[in-house]
Ligand binder design. Structure first.
Ligand SMILES: [Zn+2]
Length: 241
């Protein structure tokens, strides 16, 4: 647009104002997205933390079950020991074989409990290994998230800086604009999706994509007065194409 020669000062200022306002719109839109992006980052980390918490709870549960079985095992071993002592005091064969049967039963229970406990131990090893891996991943994720957040915060600061610059440039342009063209620009921007000033390419208004009458196009090409599009009413200028 720098090469474009606009002879009418008001029209020139309006095209500049339009360029700046679009840039401001863009920056504000970008800035508006950042809190969402920050929330997404925090949300991802929270979900990960919940996974870790669930894994830790599972390990606690397994540990509880293991301890319960260990308690039962100790009890069984105690009973077994007492039975063994009693066995020495047994007087009759009948009593003896009954005691042996009972001891066999306890032996079976003990061996089953030992198997169960062993299974829990294997499970605990696996889950603890998994937890260690997840905790490492979580720390990495945490560091990445922090960096990303800092980047986003810096982006906000950068956008704010640019917005301030643009606002200053905008004020300067508006200071040079007469009341009527400025008010017309403001109304058009409100009613025309932010685009009040439209370029014309090959006779076509780039605001509404309608063909201008040849005579209007010839007038617009001169860039020496404010002409509105007959279709969308936008302010027209010609950028040499
Ligand atoms: Zn138009």
């Amino acid at each position: 647009m720098d090469q474009v020669v606009i002879l009418n000062r008001q029209l020139e200022l309006l095209t500049k104002l339009q360029t700046i306002d679009l840039k401001i719109d863009q920056l504000e839109e970008k800035k508006k997205q950042i809190p969402n992006e920050l929330n997404k980052l925090s949300g991802g980390l929270e979900a990960f933390a919940k996974q870790l918490e669930a894994l830790r709870r599972r390990i606690d549960e397994i540990n509880k079950l293991r301890r319960k079985k260990e308690g039962e095992l100790e009890l069984e071993r105690g009973i077994q020991k007492k039975a063994q002592e009693k066995l020495r005091e047994v007087k009759t064969n009948k009593e003896y074989s009954a005691m042996l049967k009972e001891m066999e039963l306890h032996k079976g229970k003990i061996s089953a409990l030992e198997d169960e406990i062993l299974n829990y131990m294997v499970m605990l090893d696996e889950e603890n290994e998994k937890l260690k891996g997840k905790e490492r991943e979580f720390q990495e994720e945490q560091a990445t998230t922090l960096k990303e957040k800092e980047k986003k915060q810096a982006q906000i600061a950068q956008i704010d800086g640019l917005l301030l610059e643009k606002a200053k440039a905008r004020d300067e342009i508006i200071a040079g604009l007469e009341e009527r063209p400025y008010q017309s620009y403001v109304r058009l921007r409100e009613g025309r999706n932010g685009i009040a000033v439209a370029n014309v390419i090959k006779g076509i208004c780039q605001g509404c994509y309608m063909m201008l009458p040849p005579q209007t196009f010839n007038e617009v090409k001169k860039n020496n007065q404010i002409i509105n599009c007959g279709h969308c009413n936008r302010i027209l200028f010609w950028a040499n194409s």
